[in-house]
Design a binder for this molecule. Structure first.
Ligand SMILES: [Mg+2]
Length: 191
């Protein structure tokens, strides 16, 4: 079967709902657009750069503001328990370490711990494969942020290279348009 030349490109179904430079850009309006009551946060390169143990004042302030608005917030990291617990404690949220991302069950369980259905929760992370894909498959909204540093563990850097290659292929397949996205950058998700 051939595709007519004028056919629109397929929607970017596994693209994140939102792409931001940093977590603190996820403001009240964007959270409202996503329609969520809870936020799950990746730790490494999302809350803190590689090798840094203390979140910035901006990140800590963002977490405090979001919680003050009544949203439920927790960390979900594949990182080591001690590091994850220290970072989470610094911003006053619970967190799961050695979480098993990108397994979709990880995200479903994390949403259940917030006492929310998956579609009322946004997963925010810097890695498409680890944070976005699994959360998408579990039915969560997804936000991909730019990594806070170029560092990270060797396997993380390798995975990022693979992700960038997949991203280029997907973008190429979609053409120049960012199909499925509304003007404010929030994708129109599946029903
Ligand atoms: Mg990360």
């Amino acid at each position: 079967m051939t595709t007519p030349a004028h056919a629109p490109p397929p929607p970017a179904r596994r693209a994140p709902d939102l792409r931001l430079a940093t977590l603190v850009e996820l403001d009240a309006g964007r959270l409202a657009d996503l329609g969520v009551d809870g936020v799950l946060l990746d730790v490494d390169e999302t809350l803190v750069p590689a090798g840094v143990h203390e979140p910035s004042a901006a990140v800590a302030g963002w977490v405090a503001q979001v919680r003050a608005r009544g949203l439920r917030v927790a960390g979900v990291s594949n990182g080591a328990p001690k590091r994850v617990a220290n970072v989470a404690r610094a911003v006053g949220i619970p967190a799961v370490s050695l979480a098993g991302k990108p397994w979709p069950g990880t995200f479903r369980r994390a949403a259940a711990r917030l006492d929310l259905p998956p579609h009322r929760v946004a997963m925010v992370g810097d890695q498409w494969f680890t944070d976005v894909l699994g959360a998408y498959l579990a039915g969560l909204r997804t936000v991909q942020v730019t990594p806070l540093s170029d560092g990270g563990l060797p396997h993380t850097r390798l995975l990022r290279r693979v992700e960038r290659r997949l991203e280029r292929r997907r973008t190429h397949a979609l053409g120049a348009t960012d199909e499925g996205r509304s003007a404010d950058g929030v994708a129109q998700r599946r029903g």
